[in-house]
Design a binder for this molecule. Structure first.
Ligand code: SAH
Length: 257
């Protein structure tokens, strides 16, 4: 549970000289400013956001969301030191949380949906996320979409995400246990669908549940058998598909376990 974890490691820079200045007694110096764990993680997260911007993430909505959600609150206490590094991390049951750069890139792509073209400050409407995992990306998505439906097929992770997200009190995030290959028809149509696991092809159900003007961003096997990001836009004229850079996601599997 997030609240029971040790705080984010604080590397205090002693401010002893400032504190003891003017004192004659040998009272042990205490920092005047208490560096709380959250202040320390804020600073590390701000550096992560700077790095994302330097790597080419340009959408202010994405950078703001990535700067708001504490990634250290979603990873195992043993990995907290690495929470803001540009690396994927294990989240249990053989699954991983994607690198911050990949999360930001995919959400930036999602915000490029036709319905939001030339609306650089608007939120997306309802979004479906396949693969809740630890719940980190769902929390980030809650800052760029009006509503988030997030499906996970592994009960252990679904419950873990529920625990992780409880303290965030995100009324617009709906966590579902189910097989995301069939989407979630009750929440459709979606302005955006984003997958955190890669399959052979984009399931027909996702395309059916996508709104006109909406966009799917998903890792998918490309013709040469390698995984790549696929973007599918649904427009009044039909579907437009683009294959982008190579990625490495855990496999999209059917059924609940
Ligand atoms: N977005 C997550 C990353 C999770 S990793 C995060 O921020 O932590 C991908 C997840 O997709 C895994 O937890 C895996 O169990 C899940 N997954 C794979 N196939 C699925 C399916 N058909 N339906 C729902 N979840 C699925």
């Amino acid at each position: 549970m997030a609240s029971q974890r040790p705080g984010f490691p604080v590397r205090l820079t002693p401010t002893a000289s400032a504190v003891t200045r003017g004192r004659t007694s040998a009272v042990p110096a205490k920092p005047l400013v208490h560096h709380t764990p959250s202040m320390a993680s804020d600073a590390v997260r701000a550096r992560m956001v700077q790095r994302l911007a330097a790597q080419g993430i340009a959408d202010a909505r994405v950078l703001r969301a990535m700067g708001t959600v504490g990634r250290h609150l979603f990873v195992d206490s043993a990995l907290v030191n690495q929470a803001y590094e540009d690396t994927s991390l294990p989240i249990g049951l053989g699954q991983t949380i994607s690198k911050p750069n990949v999360v930001a890139r995919m959400i930036e792509l999602l915000l490029g949906a036709p319905a939001l073209a030339n609306k650089p400050t608007d939120r997306l409407g309802r979004v479906l996320e396949i693969g809740t995992g630890c719940g980190y990306q769902a929390a980030v998505l809650s800052h760029i979409a009006t509503e988030v439906y997030s499906i996970e097929r592994l009960r252990g992770l679904h419950e873990r995400a529920r625990t992780n997200l409880r303290s965030f009190r995100l009324a617009t995030v709906h966590l579902l246990l189910g097989d995301g290959m069939v989407g979630y028809a009750k929440g459709a149509p979606y302005a955006g669908i984003i997958a955190a696991a890669g399959g052979e092809a984009v399931p027909e159900a996702w395309i059916a549940q996508l709104a006109v003007g909406g966009r799917i961003v998903a890792p998918t096997q490309s013709a040469v058998g390698k995984q790549a990001l696929v973007v599918i836009d649904k427009t009044a004229r039909g579907l437009e598909r683009r294959i982008l850079e190579a990625v490495h996601f855990v496999p999209l599997k059917s059924g609940i376990a």
